[in-house]
Design a protein around this ligand. Sequence first.
Ligand code: PMP
Length: 341
Amino acid sequence: MPAPAPRIADGFIADGFWGAVGNTPLIRLRRASAETGCEILGKAEFMNPGGSVKDRAALGILQGAVERGLLTPGRPGTVVEGTAGNTGIGLALAAQARGWKSVIVVPETQSREKLDFLRMIGADLRLVPAKPFSDPGNYVHVSRRLAEELGAVWANQFDNTDNALAHERSTGPEIWEQTGGAVDAFTCACGTGGTLAGTARALKARNPDVRIVLADPEGSALAPWVNTGTVKASPGGSVTEGIGQAARVPGNLNGAPVDAAETIPDAEALAQVFSLLAEEGLCVGGSAGLNVAAAIRVARALGPGHTVVTILCDGGARYQSKLFNPAFLRERNLPVPAWLA
Ligand code: PMP
């Protein structure tokens, strides 16, 4: 008689997309850890079903909309959002799983891979020219007006605090449990600030001494805001996508318990992207590289023996045509790794 099939405990089976978001592994980054004498740990958010940390925000926002009676599972509904791509992917897939439509507004400067993916999964993709937030044509304002016109739900990830709340209820407690509370610092880049604010609040509630460091690309206004208390318009220009702000502090970030900020140049962030691939077998996007670069800086400042946690926001395949494209890198005077050259 064949042996009975092993029985999987009910708690291990995720219920569709909504049940499969979160509970991502925390990965020891061996080279960064050896180099600093610290434990540098990356939360593998690229393993979420939509491929990025933004699945958590998307889910939290849609759960909030259901709780408020704005959307009902199985009944027609539409969610509209302006996004660098990843939130749109999370929203589109989560909406699909509940029978809703998604209309996703993205600046045309975002990577071709993210745009193709949104089309592929059936989102109603609206490309708009990249415009500053002060311009009514900015993707965020376009998405708000579109939601009004369609009578649809506007996700509003920048100011809808269900975004940060999702991280306060999931990302932060997961990190605390996975490290057994032995976490000295957390570094994280901000687009909306939801990941940083929510995770920081959860960690500080459990230990107020956990050091929270905002990681910011060069040309963003957020690190200068943390360091000086004022928001000064900044030029932007980083090759990373989905992070940094040119001239404002999103509602989800405002009031977050941030202790310090690091500004990371693209070359330093990309060096980590390529090192994670070559030495750890982890293929991640630019914001993950930037987060790891900031974690290494923070670990060096704290000294050996500390544990620094950061976020591996999404996977590198989303940026094949840019960050892993020698022509793109050379045009910007960024180093090309040997195996791509
Ligand atoms: N990394 C990537 C790749 C992203 O798409 C985003 C969100 N746009 C972030 C980081 C920033 O996350 P948050 O919005 O929670 O600040």
